[in-house]
Write a protein that binds this ligand. Structure first.
Ligand SMILES: [Zn+2]
Length: 343
């Protein structure tokens, strides 16, 4: 053991100076890194938004219902009931979104899979190289049917460091994920051993016919993934939004395909809380606690991430091990991370 008492005085002074220098240099990082003792979290579903949201309003998560409307009247583009809550989640100020979300990720010790067009995602990656896992999809915009060239996507994954293919929102085009028209992209993912993240389930926001007429709830049926999985037996699939609310078909798929995982993004804050908990509990009770991953679908409101983590942390039906699995361990396994992605 090293015992400073045995040192002669000059050496003792030098040793004390050394310790003092060490403390001084480490102090600023200790002060800044408030997430040091916060257990790591992986959010597998974040969007590389650019930070100005004209018309965005403070949001109450987990509103109690979707309202009825009448086409005779002017209808809002979404159907959530207007409620009051404390605290509301506030949209980021103009141009501050990325900075605010990354600060939250630092504070909460979150590493996130960030999806978007490659340029936008790279901006996030440059701003927080240790906290951002880049993802890119093959749709240009959501719902328009425009496709990214296959070679371009190959380059993103083979050379530019992209790790997850997504978000794939074929449901917004009224297409099944097993549609042969997009099979070449999934074949590429299987060839390059890249996991794919496919939007299945939620959507429409109560006004699909007004806001997104191409959207089909029926194309979010988890069992529509079966043909795709049969064609590509090595494909690793993240069912985004956990196929909500088609729990029976989701469980059928999870039971039949052990490299299929789900994320609870979006649904975790956009449905009544009792229903959210019931859905997650059902997935876990059915034996799939190793396949449920935490996600937010983070957009517009920077505090959404801490709010959503709180829902898992406060779930009285989950053991502390199950909470850690959902918040972190399952994503590490699915994404094949070595743990270095978070501190
Ligand atoms: Zn989605």
């Amino acid at each position: 053991m090293f015992n400073p008492k045995k040192l002669r005085t000059p050496r003792l002074i030098r040793w004390l100076q050394f310790v003092a220098a060490l403390v001084m240099t480490s102090l600023p990082s200790l002060a800044q890194n408030t997430s040091m003792h916060v257990p790591p979290v992986i959010d597998v579903h974040v969007h590389a938004m650019d930070g100005s949201f004209p018309g965005a309003v403070p949001m109450c998560p987990n509103t109690s219902k979707f309202t009825a409307s009448d086409p005779r009247d002017k209808e809002a583009p979404f159907g959530w009931v207007q409620e009051d809550c404390t605290p509301k989640l506030y949209p980021a100020a103009n141009g501050e979104y990325m900075k605010d979300v990354l600060a939250e990720m630092e504070r909460l010790n979150v590493t996130a899979v960030v999806f978007g067009d490659p340029k936008g995602v790279e901006k996030w990656k440059e701003a927080a190289p240790n906290r951002v896992i880049p993802g890119a999809g093959f749709q240009e915009g959501m719902g328009g049917g425009k496709r990214v060239a296959l070679d371009e996507l190959r380059k993103s994954f083979a050379h530019d460091g992209f790790k997850v293919m997504g978000e794939i929102g074929l449901q917004y085009e009224g297409l099944s994920p097993s549609d042969l028209a997009v099979d070449k992209y999934f074949a590429l993912a299987e060839e390059l051993d890249v996991p794919v993240a496919i939007h299945m389930g939620t959507g429409g926001s109560g006004r699909a016919n007004i806001a997104m007429p191409g959207f089909r709830g029926s194309k979010g049926d988890p069992l529509l993934l079966e043909d795709l999985l049969a064609r590509h037996p090595k494909l690793r699939v993240q069912v985004m939004h956990a196929g909500y609310p088609m729990i029976d078909n989701m469980l059928t798929l999870l039971q039949a395909n052990s490299h299929v995982y789900v994320d609870v993004a979006g649904l975790i804050w956009s449905y009544p809380l009792k229903e959210v908990n019931r859905y997650i509990e059902r997935l876990v009770d059915a034996g799939f606690e190793d396949r449920v991953m935490f996600g937010t679908d983070q957009l517009v409101w920077p505090k959404l991430m801490s709010y959503s983590i709180g829902i898992i942390q406060n779930a009285d039906y989950l053991t502390s091990d199950q909470k850690r699995d959902i918040l972190y361990n399952n994503a590490v396994r699915f994404l094949r991370l070595d743990g270095k992605e978070s501190k």
